[in-house]
Write a protein that binds this ligand. Structure first.
Ligand SMILES: Cc1ncc(COP(=O)(O)O)c(C=O)c1O
Length: 380
């Protein structure tokens, strides 16, 4: 049996998304900037996609900019947000994705801003009193706090953070890569200035994403060149990817409630079985709390075992189970998870992130628990 439990890293594409993209690899190959009919039909597909995304998010099409993915969108919001609004101080969290952390660290290195880190506890909860203190002494900051964490699944309260941002005239950017397509975002009512998406996290294509920027907080371009994306991002558009991401979001919204119910069921079953069969099992962050974490992510902390020390992911892989240790984006690098380190998680314990999608089944959960039981038979 082969089991794919690494859906926070990337998801399988939905066949209907592929079907929507195919005509733009075959017959509709015009350059969207060309004024002839070959160009116009492709331009029209881009604008339809933008309109679709905007409708689903309750935003205006002029607030949506297509990018190469979540990373570029995060970079754009942060780098151009601080430059356009003359921001000299930023607040973020040690739990952010590197797309945000490394961008802000680079800005600090270049002397563009000073950076403050928000306090977090051992469950990965942010101290919002600390946020308020930081804002009091540094109004007009940029805040970059993600909607939900890609490793431990913790969901942050965007309303609470956004209201504080408003009170202190701060620019509030949120990395929503892990919630886009899994939760509904109502941008007319959510107090954020910018959010982002990567299509491959919700059964769409890789290399396609978008950035939303509230029309009240315009920002300058990140990539200079032609007049594409209304002068906000030079370069011939990734038409195939744009059509794909819009279709993927449309499909995600269509069946969100039933998908959520299915995936939540898998996660609960997994938690319950692990608690029953693996003594000493724990869960990192709030990932075992269904109300406070992504239904797609479960970060399991397993007791130290000589048989598995440092080999657990490898052993699971031998049984056909693909999961990840912390963030897959840094797999290959020997450094451990910066998120688990910030939580003070014990390096002795093995941490595995299992992440689910609507394509997973309860059989796969049962199979994985059986294999974990075998691997941990010494202590179970
Ligand atoms: C929270 C978060 N932000 C940003 C990214 C980067 O997105 P992309 O792969 O689309 O560049 C990821 C991908 O793992 C992510 O999980």
């Amino acid at each position: 049996m082969r089991v794919y439990f690494d859906n926070a890293a990337t998801t399988a594409m939905d066949d209907r998304v592929i079907e929507a993209m195919l005509p733009f690899m075959k017959e509709h190959y015009g350059n969207p900037s060309s004024v002839h009919s070959h160009g116009r039909e492709v331009r029209s597909a881009i604008e339809k996609s933008r309109k679709k995304v905007a409708e689903l998010l309750n935003a205006s099409p002029s607030e949506i900019f297509f990018t190469s993915g979540g990373t570029e969108a995060d970079n754009t919001a942060i780098v151009c947000g601080i430059q356009t609004h003359d921001i000299k101080h930023a607040i973020t969290s040690p739990l952010e994705h590197h797309a945000v952390l490394h961008t802000l660290e680079e800005c600090e290195k270049k002397g563009l801003l000073t950076l403050s880190m928000l306090e977090v506890n051992d469950k990965g909860e942010h101290n919002l009193d600390h946020l308020q203190e930081l804002l009091k002494s540094n109004p007009k900051s940029l805040i970059s706090i993600m909607h939900a964490n890609n490793e431990i699944g913790n969901i942050n309260d965007l309303n609470a953070i956004g209201n504080l941002a408003k009170e202190y005239d701060a620019f509030f950017h949120s990395d929503t890569v892990q919630t886009m397509g899994h939760y509904k975002h109502d941008l007319k009512n959510l107090p954020v200035d910018s959010i982002v998406a990567g299509g491959h996290k919700f059964h769409g294509p890789k290399g396609a994403g978008f950035l939303y920027v509230n029309k009240g907080k315009k920002i300058s371009p990140f990539i200079y060149g032609g007049a594409q994306e209304r002068n906000m991002r030079g370069g011939t558009e990734n038409v195939i990817g744009i059509v794909g991401i819009a279709k993927a979001l449309e499909l995600a919204y269509e069946d969100m409630d039933s998908h959520r119910k299915h995936v939540e069921g898998l996660k609960s079953r997994f938690i319950e079985q692990l608690r029953t069969h693996i003594s000493g099992v724990e869960f990192n962050g709030l990932s075992a709390d269904l109300d406070k974490s992504l239904y797609t992510v479960l970060n399991v902390s397993l007791p130290p075992s000589e048989d598995n020390a440092g080999m657990l992911l490898f052993n699971l892989d031998l049984h056909g189970i693909s999961a990840s240790g912390g963030s897959a984006c840094s797999s290959g690098a020997s450094v451990g998870s910066h998120v688990l380190r910030a939580l003070g998680a014990s390096p002795e314990r093995d941490a595995v992130r299992f992440s689910f999608s609507r394509f997973n089944t309860s059989k796969e959960v049962d199979y994985t628990v059986e294999k974990l039981k075998d691997l941990y038979s010494v202590i179970a």
